[in-house]
Design a protein around this ligand. Structure first.
Ligand code: IMP
Length: 191
């Protein structure tokens, strides 16, 4: 059993908060966020998901003074040299730019993967990192209304639907965020 009952999630992204809160329901861990505790927007000056997640979690821990997690995530498109990667949130045009850059290129060259790194600070402020990846393809056109960000153009391997056409529960069966969170849960339940 996890010994913690409450976690601060250092993000202003309501979609990430909703996904993580849903994933933590079975563990009876309540998520506090910037909706409950003021938390400054962190400058994402790092060049890796790990660095940015660490920067965010340090700010979040200072703001909340409680066990804190932060998620840094993004999508890497292989034929675009892993662009937009850590710059996914700031990538001009978002998924439309990815679709335009890939054009009509064959499915074999549309490989992409989402990355999520969860940083966790324990009560002493020590940082622990957990990485999850979800591999799949970029669709030719956006499909679906659900999810957020690049969900309408990402089809995970073994599926035919984009993440935006899935429920949260369906998405979490393959999602990068769920995989990172599962590693984090293993860690805190065995601590
Ligand atoms: P950041 O972690 O706040 O720097 O932003 C990550 C960005 O990557 C988001 O704003 C989305 O554009 C994209 N992203 C990360 N995870 C997902 C996901 O699960 N679905 C769709 N887009 C995502």
């Amino acid at each position: 059993m996890a010994k913690i009952t409450e976690l601060f999630m250092a993000t202003h992204n309501q979609s990430k908060i909703a996904e993580i809160a849903e994933m933590l329901k079975p563990y009876a861990i309540a998520i506090k966020s910037s909706n409950d505790i003021p938390y400054p927007e962190t400058d994402e000056t790092g060049t890796t998901f790990e660095e940015n997640a660490s920067l965010k979690v340090i700010d979040g821990f200072k703001a909340s003074n409680m066990p804190t997690i932060a998620d840094d995530s993004g999508i890497c498109v292989k034929t675009l040299n892993d662009e937009p990667g850590v710059y996914s949130a700031r990538y001009k045009g978002g998924y439309n730019t990815v679709l335009n850059k890939l054009g009509n290129i064959a499915n074999a060259n549309r490989d992409a993967y989402f990355v999520c790194v969860i940083a966790y600070t324990d009560k002493n402020g020590k940082i622990h990192l957990f990485r999850g990846e979800s591999h799949g393809k970029i669709a030719k056109t956006p499909q679906g209304e659900g999810g957020f960000g690049y969900d309408p153009v990402f089809i995970p391997n073994g599926e035919t639907k984009t993440y935006a056409n899935m429920t949260k529960a369906e998405k979490s069966q393959t999602s990068h965020r769920k995989k990172a969170l599962a590693k984090f849960m293993d860690f805190i339940t065995s601590e």
